[in-house]
Design a protein around this ligand. Structure first.
Ligand code: HEM
Length: 537
């Protein structure tokens, strides 16, 4: 019996060693010979058929990450090559995200199709939260993450909190927070001619405070607003770290994940309590409709009997914060660096802003100005959002059925589809021969739509302006974002000038201040510090 036992052990360990050796050899081949790794992925995981054949990526994937680092390491070259490849492939190219082949669309007509009801809602769904467990726990049941079949009901209710009446009511909150930002700069400038400021940090604190105040209104004290805002941003930051994308790690009893889960539970507990209290008040007395808190609008809004559950309201509070804070601060930082690189444009904006300020005798910005004032300034903001869109990859749509047709492509079930927004902005076929130039006048010259529509920061211009996406599931917070951009730019440029640090002056207008970070289009951290001076009028 002992003899048999030993024999069995020798046999099992030989098999295990053999398997380890095979796996190790396969990994070595995948790492050293990307073309074989590409062949393997194309054979077993690529569900994208183009004109009868598997559509392959134009560069071989790197084990195990796919092609994402090619884009991160050399983004300009990547975008140029994807456009070139697209010319012969109906504007398509393929990217490997780990072992997933993603169809990326650049052709104008096909992007519009992708954004329409038929593909975005009926044949595909979002499910990014499956790979981002922290975000799933934070706001998986909220609008941003929700699956297509549940989307319509939530969207109908949530849009009520973002209607024009509400945006108007949120505007004074935005202006209050900007006054705090202006005071902070003035304090830093006390007794000095100029001061160097990290504008990304400044805009992050602006966007976080504004969003938290709009969400919670007077329901949280200022101290609690700032504390919960910071906690929320820290959770998102942690959630995007690769290690935290591993579901098992996030669920483990290790100290890091445990703290993260506790932090999210605490955020939810705070919001749940407010939701419960507010709903009780609503039942007891007929609470007057007043703006100032998106959370109240989400509790109150109902449509054809649809109401959000308490849990859905809480998840939506954080969905709005998650979708609104980083995008706004990133976009504002891109804009300010771009203006520091172009003092002539900054001066022209200041002229427009100062003329309006003189007309109201230096009093506060009016709500109408925040909502739709300053045509030249708005055109500059829009041009910056066009060329430097904070969200690089359109959130993936995953096919829910097989044989999904998009132009000449046929896609298998579960295949993700996306568009790379900065590439469409730099494509001559979308924007003409000066597509890559920073030229705000393009919006003033446009004849499309009603008068003034082209400088409306959120207007999609027939689907060409993709920064806030388009079609059925486009950004629900874009009007609020436009108010935030217009107001803070007007209030900052009225008082201050922003310049590049002397050591960065040689980089001006070289289109180099940005980088690609995962699916986002970010300003480079080492370019975010700008020199700020008081404006002399
Ligand atoms: C410059 C600022 C912003 C940019 C560039 C931006 C961009 C986007 C993009 C590209 C999408 C994806 C749409 C799609 O998949 O088709 C999106 C969705 C969304 N955004 Fe924004 N956004 C911004 C600001 C905001 C703000 C301020 C809020 C709210 C406070 C917000 C809330 C949302 C929500 C809730 C969604 C999900 C909509 C849905 O799935 O129906 N965004 N945004």
């Amino acid at each position: 019996a002992l003899h048999h036992h030993v024999e069995l052990m020798v046999y099992v360990s030989t098999v295990i060693t053999g398997l380890i050796f095979v796996v190790f050899s396969l990994i070595t081949v995948a790492v050293c010979f990307p073309e074989y790794y590409a062949l393997f992925l194309d054979t077993f995981f690529n569900g994208i058929v183009y004109k009868g054949k598997t559509l392959k990526a134009f560069s071989s994937p790197t084990f195990p990450f796919g092609t994402i680092f090619h884009k991160i390491n050399d983004p300009k070259n990547w975008m140029a090559r994807s456009l070139e490849f697209g010319k012969d492939h109906s504007g398509f190219h393929v990217e490997w995200v780990l072992h997933k082949a993603v169809l990326v669309v650049n052709d104008f007509d096909l992007v519009q199709k992708l954004l329409g009801l038929e593909i975005t809602i009926k044949k595909t769904t979002r499910k990014g939260d499956e790979t981002l467990p922290v975000l799933k726990k934070l706001f998986g049941k909220g609008l941003f993450m929700i699956r297509s079949h549940e989307w319509k009901r939530q969207h109908r209710v949530a849009t009520r909190g973002m209607g024009s009446k509400h945006i108007k009511a949120y505007t004074p909150v935005v202006i209050e927070v900007i006054k705090r930002v202006v005071q902070d700069i003035e304090k830093k400038l006390e007794g000095k001619d100029e001061v160097d400021i990290d504008v990304l940090e400044m805009f992050q604190s602006f966007a976080s405070e504004t969003t938290m105040r709009i969400l919670f209104g007077g329901e949280l004290s200022q101290e609690d607003l700032l504390r919960t805002g910071k906690k929320f941003c820290d959770c998102i930051f942690e959630g995007m770290r690769p290690i935290n994308m591993l579901t098992l790690y996030f669920k483990s009893p290790l100290p890091g994940p445990t703290k993260l889960r506790n932090d999210i539970d605490e955020l939810h507990a705070i919001s749940s309590e407010i939701v419960k209290k507010f709903r009780k008040d609503m039942k007891e007395k007929d609470v007057e409709e007043e703006g100032g808190a998106l959370l109240k609008a989400l509790c109150r809004a109902s449509d054809e009997g649809d109401t959000l559950t308490d849990e859905e309201v809480v998840h939506n509070v954080y969905a709005f914060a998650g979708a609104g804070i980083d995008t706004t601060s990133t976009g504002l930082t891109h804009l300010m660096i771009t203006l520091a690189e172009r003092p002539e444009i900054q001066e022209k904006m200041a002229e427009e802003i100062l003329a309006a300020s003189n007309e109201r005798d230096g009093k506060d910005l009016t709500i109408d100005e925040s909502l739709a004032g300053f045509p030249y300034t708005s055109a500059v903001i829009k041009e910056s959002l066009r060329l430097f869109p904070p969200v690089g990859a359109l959130p993936f749509r995953h096919c829910t059925v097989s044989n999904v047709k998009l132009g000449p492509a046929t896609l298998a079930k579960n295949t993700p589809i996306s568009a790379w927004i900065p590439t469409t902005a730099r494509s001559e076929s979308w924007w003409g021969p000066d597509a890559k130039e920073f030229r705000p006048e393009r919006f003033l010259e446009m004849k499309e739509g009603r008068r003034g529509e082209s400088v409306d920061i959120t207007h999609p211009l027939g689907g060409k302006f993709l920064t806030f996406s388009g079609g059925v599931r486009s950004c629900i917070g874009k009007k609020l974002a436009a108010v935030e951009f217009r107001s803070i730019v007007a209030m900052l440029l009225e008082k201050f000038e922003f310049r590049l640090l002397p050591e960065h002056e040689h980089l001006a207008k070289k289109d180099q201040h940005w980088e690609i970070n995962n699916f986002l289009f970010k300003p480079r951290e080492d370019r975010c510090c700008l020199r700020v001076k008081r404006r002399v009028n």
